[in-house]
Design a binder for this molecule. Structure first.
Ligand SMILES: [Fe+2]
Length: 136
Protein backbone atom coordinates (compact mmCIF):
# COMPACT_ATOMS: atom_id res chain seq x y z
CA UNK A 1 0.00 0.00 0.00
CA UNK A 2 1.06 3.57 -0.62
CA UNK A 3 1.01 6.28 2.01
CA UNK A 4 0.40 9.91 1.33
CA UNK A 5 3.51 11.31 2.93
CA UNK A 6 5.55 14.47 3.02
CA UNK A 7 8.11 13.38 0.47
CA UNK A 8 5.34 13.12 -2.14
CA UNK A 9 4.20 16.71 -1.62
CA UNK A 10 5.70 18.84 -4.38
CA UNK A 11 4.45 22.25 -3.25
CA UNK A 12 2.09 23.01 -6.14
CA UNK A 13 -1.39 22.59 -4.60
CA UNK A 14 -3.19 21.83 -7.89
CA UNK A 15 -0.80 18.93 -8.52
CA UNK A 16 -0.59 17.71 -4.92
CA UNK A 17 -4.36 17.48 -4.57
CA UNK A 18 -4.63 15.23 -7.59
CA UNK A 19 -1.68 13.11 -6.48
CA UNK A 20 -3.32 12.51 -3.13
CA UNK A 21 -6.42 11.31 -4.97
CA UNK A 22 -4.24 9.20 -7.23
CA UNK A 23 -2.65 7.48 -4.22
CA UNK A 24 -6.13 6.83 -2.81
CA UNK A 25 -7.40 5.30 -6.06
CA UNK A 26 -4.22 3.28 -6.47
CA UNK A 27 -4.68 1.81 -3.00
CA UNK A 28 -8.24 0.85 -3.91
CA UNK A 29 -6.92 -1.03 -6.91
CA UNK A 30 -4.20 -2.70 -4.82
CA UNK A 31 -6.85 -3.81 -2.34
CA UNK A 32 -8.94 -5.25 -5.18
CA UNK A 33 -5.89 -7.14 -6.44
CA UNK A 34 -5.19 -8.58 -2.99
CA UNK A 35 -8.74 -9.74 -2.40
CA UNK A 36 -10.21 -12.58 -4.38
CA UNK A 37 -12.00 -10.37 -6.89
CA UNK A 38 -12.94 -11.71 -10.31
CA UNK A 39 -10.88 -10.81 -13.33
CA UNK A 40 -13.71 -8.57 -14.58
CA UNK A 41 -13.75 -6.73 -11.27
CA UNK A 42 -9.98 -6.21 -11.39
CA UNK A 43 -10.17 -4.93 -14.96
CA UNK A 44 -12.90 -2.51 -13.87
CA UNK A 45 -10.60 -1.20 -11.11
CA UNK A 46 -7.66 -0.83 -13.48
CA UNK A 47 -9.83 1.08 -15.95
CA UNK A 48 -11.12 3.31 -13.19
CA UNK A 49 -7.59 4.16 -12.09
CA UNK A 50 -6.38 4.65 -15.67
CA UNK A 51 -9.26 7.07 -16.35
CA UNK A 52 -8.20 9.16 -13.40
CA UNK A 53 -4.54 9.09 -14.46
CA UNK A 54 -5.49 10.35 -17.92
CA UNK A 55 -7.61 13.11 -16.39
CA UNK A 56 -4.64 13.99 -14.20
CA UNK A 57 -2.26 14.03 -17.17
CA UNK A 58 -4.60 16.42 -18.93
CA UNK A 59 -4.60 18.88 -16.06
CA UNK A 60 -0.82 18.68 -15.80
CA UNK A 61 -0.63 19.31 -19.49
CA UNK A 62 -2.72 22.44 -19.08
CA UNK A 63 -0.37 23.65 -16.36
CA UNK A 64 2.62 22.93 -18.57
CA UNK A 65 1.12 24.95 -21.41
CA UNK A 66 0.28 27.80 -19.03
CA UNK A 67 3.86 28.00 -17.78
CA UNK A 68 5.53 27.24 -21.13
CA UNK A 69 7.17 24.18 -19.67
CA UNK A 70 10.04 23.16 -21.97
CA UNK A 71 9.60 19.41 -21.44
CA UNK A 72 6.01 19.23 -22.70
CA UNK A 73 6.76 16.94 -25.67
CA UNK A 74 8.36 14.36 -23.39
CA UNK A 75 5.30 14.42 -21.15
CA UNK A 76 2.98 13.67 -24.06
CA UNK A 77 5.14 10.70 -24.94
CA UNK A 78 4.84 9.37 -21.38
CA UNK A 79 1.09 9.86 -21.65
CA UNK A 80 0.70 7.72 -24.77
CA UNK A 81 3.13 5.10 -23.49
CA UNK A 82 1.04 4.77 -20.34
CA UNK A 83 -2.15 4.23 -22.37
CA UNK A 84 -0.42 1.50 -24.37
CA UNK A 85 0.76 -0.26 -21.21
CA UNK A 86 -2.73 -0.26 -19.70
CA UNK A 87 -4.31 -1.60 -22.90
CA UNK A 88 -1.75 -4.41 -23.00
CA UNK A 89 -2.21 -5.22 -19.34
CA UNK A 90 -5.98 -5.50 -19.64
CA UNK A 91 -5.67 -7.66 -22.74
CA UNK A 92 -3.23 -9.91 -20.92
CA UNK A 93 -5.53 -10.32 -17.89
CA UNK A 94 -8.47 -10.96 -20.15
CA UNK A 95 -6.66 -13.64 -22.14
CA UNK A 96 -4.53 -15.31 -19.47
CA UNK A 97 -6.36 -14.58 -16.22
CA UNK A 98 -4.59 -13.64 -13.03
CA UNK A 99 -2.14 -15.74 -11.05
CA UNK A 100 -0.82 -14.67 -7.65
CA UNK A 101 2.58 -13.82 -9.10
CA UNK A 102 0.91 -11.75 -11.83
CA UNK A 103 -1.03 -9.85 -9.17
CA UNK A 104 2.15 -9.11 -7.25
CA UNK A 105 3.83 -8.00 -10.47
CA UNK A 106 0.96 -5.61 -11.29
CA UNK A 107 0.97 -4.18 -7.74
CA UNK A 108 4.70 -3.61 -7.85
CA UNK A 109 4.57 -2.09 -11.32
CA UNK A 110 1.76 0.29 -10.36
CA UNK A 111 3.50 1.49 -7.21
CA UNK A 112 6.83 1.92 -8.99
CA UNK A 113 5.16 3.81 -11.80
CA UNK A 114 3.34 6.20 -9.47
CA UNK A 115 6.36 6.91 -7.28
CA UNK A 116 8.48 7.53 -10.37
CA UNK A 117 5.79 9.71 -11.94
CA UNK A 118 5.62 11.90 -8.83
CA UNK A 119 9.25 11.76 -7.79
CA UNK A 120 10.87 12.28 -11.18
CA UNK A 121 8.65 13.77 -13.90
CA UNK A 122 6.34 15.80 -11.70
CA UNK A 123 9.11 16.90 -9.39
CA UNK A 124 10.77 18.56 -12.40
CA UNK A 125 7.48 20.18 -13.41
CA UNK A 126 6.66 21.37 -9.88
CA UNK A 127 10.13 22.86 -9.37
CA UNK A 128 9.79 24.70 -12.66
CA UNK A 129 6.38 26.11 -11.70
CA UNK A 130 7.56 27.11 -8.22
CA UNK A 131 10.58 28.89 -9.67
CA UNK A 132 8.27 30.65 -12.14
CA UNK A 133 5.84 31.75 -9.43
CA UNK A 134 8.68 33.09 -7.33
CA UNK A 135 9.76 35.32 -10.19
CA UNK A 136 6.37 36.80 -11.00
FE1 LIG B 1 1.34 13.86 -11.72
Amino acid sequence: MLHWEKKLVLGVPEIDREHEELVKKTNEMLTALKSGNSKEEIIRHINFLADYVIKHFNSEEKLQAKYNYPDIANHKQIHSKFKGTVTQLIQDIDENGLTTSKKIEISKMTMDWLLKHIGVEDKKLADFILENRKNT
